[in-house]
Write a protein that binds this ligand. Structure first.
Ligand SMILES: [Zn+2]
Length: 444
């Protein structure tokens, strides 16, 4: 009997599972009705996705991630209306008696935060530093690139992968379950909505997500399809943004005015995506703005020294800003790595002559030349991102007298580059006081 029941189940279930869903974000094209929503899908033990009809767009869904722990519930993203939030809160109560403890705001846009006031008063909110002040409920600003919460033994990481759809984007990652809720950084099969976005940084954020150990990429809009389909569609979404960017650049470079760009653009396969007619003009316009340098620079609070940086220039500057000298030659190489509270600095000159093996110089002379072209030190560092200050307690260094000292360095960001160095005017050169400036680029 059991064997028969299993066989029957297979007969019914397998064709259903193997049926490829229509790749679309539109519920009518998918063959669904508004009454099919909200939909809850179990992604892992105690982790669910929630798809509700977006009240502003009607034909697409707006999604949440629900994480149930023994220490309360965390929800990624809100909903756009009080009615939708009330329904979400009621539906969570059918999954668990645990209270909703946290809501992480990944997108500050109205279709996601419009109903935020309907959450119980006991709920605490997290949002990026730029989104937090815009919300109707107080929210703790997440300034780190990765904020780790542990709730009843479940690790939940709030990530800042960089500016993308709103500029205040946050994502939620469950390392054990390998689930990444992408907020509006990834939208499944909706034509890219880029009117408030940061195209180049957005692509970088998507690439960072793709490099992560994730089985599930959950979008903020569009269907929560199978893990395999979503993985594919996350990459398709990046390709769609890249197509918008390459088309905008082609038209911009050939002198087509922005108001004529839409009719001249060729979006290829992405032209069929849901809401192209709503989103395409704004997307092209935004890329034009980026090409013309008109996008707002990232606020210092949204940037972080955390990560790996590659040296591209090293200069000693006079008070008037002109370059007095190049302390490691014109082509220095090296890197700065900041991982949590560990810092590594190394700088080398690539202009050092290579020593001929036929007529090697005296060993001592060779060593002196090499040593004067190289510095390296590392240790525990305290980082004040707001003040742009690193206090590094040196535990290993190329010169022994550095070990055990505290080295203070200052940094700021300029167009995505990191400018790093000791206190201004601290380098002596005869009568002059020079300011050392290292320029570095982020290694993606
Ligand atoms: Zn949205």
């Amino acid at each position: 009997m059991r064997v028969l029941a299993f066989a029957l189940l297979c007969l019914v279930a397998i064709p259903q599972d193997q049926k490829e869903p229509v790749r679309t974000a539109d519920i009518t094209v998918r063959g669904l009705k508004t009454t099919d929503f909200p939909r809850i899908k179990k992604l892992a033990e105690n982790v669910y996705s929630y798809e509700q009809i977006d009240p502003t767009k009607r034909v697409v869904t707006v999604n949440n991630l629900i994480v149930v722990t023994t220490d309360g519930v965390l929800i990624a993203e809100s909903q756009g209306t009080v009615e939708n939030v009330n329904r979400l809160v009621a539906d969570v109560a059918t999954l668990t008696p645990q209270p909703i403890k946290y809501v992480v705001i990944g997108s500050e846009h109205g279709d996601h935060v419009g109903g935020i006031e309907a959450f119980p008063k006991t709920v605490a909110f997290f949002a990026s530093a730029s989104s937090a002040p815009k919300l109707k409920r107080p929210a703790e600003a997440v300034t780190e690139q990765r904020k780790v919460l542990t709730m009843g033994g479940t690790e939940i990481d709030i990530l800042n992968l960089g500016r993308a759809h709103t500029g205040g984007d946050l994502e939620v990652y469950l390392p054990r379950e390998k689930i990444l809720f992408m907020s509006e950084v990834f939208v499944n099969r909706v034509f890219p909505s880029m009117a408030n976005g940061f195209p180049t940084e957005w692509i970088a954020a998507l690439r960072k997500a793709e490099a992560m150990d994730a089985s599930w990429y959950i979008p903020a809009h569009g269907f929560v399809d199978s893990a395999a389909v979503l993985r594919e569609e996350e990459r398709n979404y990046r390709l769609a943004i890249e197509r918008v960017m390459s088309e905008a650049k082609r038209l911009h470079d050939s002198g087509v005015p922005v108001d004529q760009a839409l009719e001249r653009a060729d979006f290829g396969p992405y032209a069929q995506w849901t809401r192209r007619e709503n989103n395409a003009a704004g997307a092209l316009q935004r890329v034009y703005m980026e090409l013309e340098g008109k996008l707002p620079a990232a606020p210092a609070s949204a940037q972080s020294i955390q990560g790996r940086w590659k040296l591209v220039a090293a200069e000693d500057l006079r008070a008037d800003g002109t370059t007095a000298r190049y302390p490691w030659g014109r082509h220095p190489v090296g890197s700065i790595v900041v991982e949590g509270t560990a810092c590594y600095v190394q700088i080398m000159s690539s202009d050092t002559p290579s020593f001929s093996s036929a007529t090697p110089p005296p060993v001592e002379q060779m060593k002196a030349t090499l040593l004067s072209s190289y510095i390296a030190y590392s240790g525990t560092c305290a980082i004040d991102e707001a003040a742009g200050k690193v206090t590094l307690k040196v535990d290993a260094a190329w010169r022994p007298d550095y070990v055990g000292t505290e080295q203070i360095r200052f940094f700021r960001f300029d167009n995505g580059r990191l400018l790093f160095g000791p206190a201004p005017h601290s380098i002596r050169s005869g009568e002059d006081r020079l300011s050392r400036r290292l320029t570095l680029e982020r290694v993606q």
